[in-house]
Design a protein around this ligand. Structure first.
Ligand code: NAI
Ligand code: 15L
Length: 275
């Protein structure tokens, strides 16, 4: 089956960790890959275009989206932190992106949401994409905004979106939590490909996670996407257990799915061990 169903694909956040991992991989999905970021992208290679733009700049994003058939939106603040950059990158930015998509007639968007939309569920719970949001912090709230905004753009304008609640996407899992949350780069690409090619996407929320034996997220309700992860954290388990400490079960960062992120950013109250 061909996975090249779009002529020109826009990849935002192309200078970041996942953008870099996707830059080569996504060329199989299109004739022309337009790369955008506010950071350095280098010169355009074969079948590439480069558009330097800040997501908070509506006019620059309007021009960046022009001529694209679909969007893989990885750009924005990817960490917990002060509200202003999160507001500009993830709230104003995602609005600018969808407005540009609407005005240019783009019909499908893959939006990098995050597991931190639901980070305050516990690590002994298994949840589905239908569970209500319980954001870990301001970053998770900004991703929940993106999910709701994209739903509105589907209901009002028919722009299909896959909100990928990505777990931890790195070359390999580096701590015990990632045994449950890890998403390999190849599985991330498989997930994006499934979302770009499934005949009817609608507005779908899906967890971005590899086929890990330990899992907190049940994607069985979103099988219409056709995502079948091929990789697993299981092969890293023995080594990770050998070189990391046994978890303190009273530690909030072990109790909640959001891990250390439940303590990051804005101060936490005493019940979480904050000051
Ligand atoms: P990253 O921080 O490495 O890359 C984000 C990119 O967005 C950077 O190149 C940055 O320059 C760009 N950016 C930030 N603010 C911008 C703005 N206002 N205008 C234009 N560009 C801006 O993050 P990473 O790891 O590559 O993540 C990509 C996306 O996936 C992010 O949206 C992140 O929230 C999401 N995600 C990533 C996870 C992971 O495990 N890597 C897990 C869950 C979600
Ligand atoms: C995220 O949303 C972050 O962007 C990423 O840096 C990881 O820390 C990931 O979540 C995680 O939960 O491990």
């Amino acid at each position: 089956m061909t996975i090249k169903v779009h002529h020109r694909l826009l990849l935002t956040g192309a200078a970041g960790g996942l953008g870099t991992a996707l830059r080569e991989r996504l060329k199989a999905n299109c004739d022309v890959l337009r790369l955008s970021d506010r950071g350095k992208l280098g010169t355009a290679g074969p079948a590439e275009e480069v558009s330097v733009a800040d997501l908070a700049d509506a006019q620059a994003i309007y021009q960046t989206v022009q001529g694209c058939d679909a969007i893989v939106h990885m750009g924005g603040m990817s960490q917990e932190g002060p509200f202003e950059p999160i507001l500009q990158g993830n709230i104003v930015g995602v609005y600018n992106l969808y407005e540009a998509a609407r005005q240019h007639g783009v019909k499908r968007v893959i939006f990098a949401s995050s597991n931190h939309v639901t980070g305050f569920y516990r690590q002994d719970e298994v949840i589905t994409p239908a569970h209500p949001a319980r954001p870990t912090g301001l970053y998770g709230v900004s991703k929940a905004f993106g999910e709701d905004l994209s739903r509105m753009y589907f209901d009002r304008y028919g722009i299909e979106t896959a909100c990928l609640r990505i777990g931890s996407s790195y070359a390999e899992p580096t701590d015990r939590r990632m045994l449950a949350t890890w998403l390999s780069f190849d599985d991330l690409h498989r997930l994006i490909t499934a979302c770009l090619t499934t005949p009817v996407l609608g507005h779908t929320i899906v967890y971005g996670v590899s086929n890990n034996a330990v899992s907190w997220w049940d994607n069985s309700t979103v099988r219409h996407v056709g995502f079948v992860p091929q990789d697993s954290s299981d092969g890293f388990r023995e080594d990770l257990y050998a070189r990391t400490q046994a978890p303190d079960l009273n530690d909030p960062t072990v109790q909640f799915q959001g891990g250390v992120w439940v303590m990051a950013g804005i101060p936490m109250t005493a019940h979480l061990g904050g000051k």
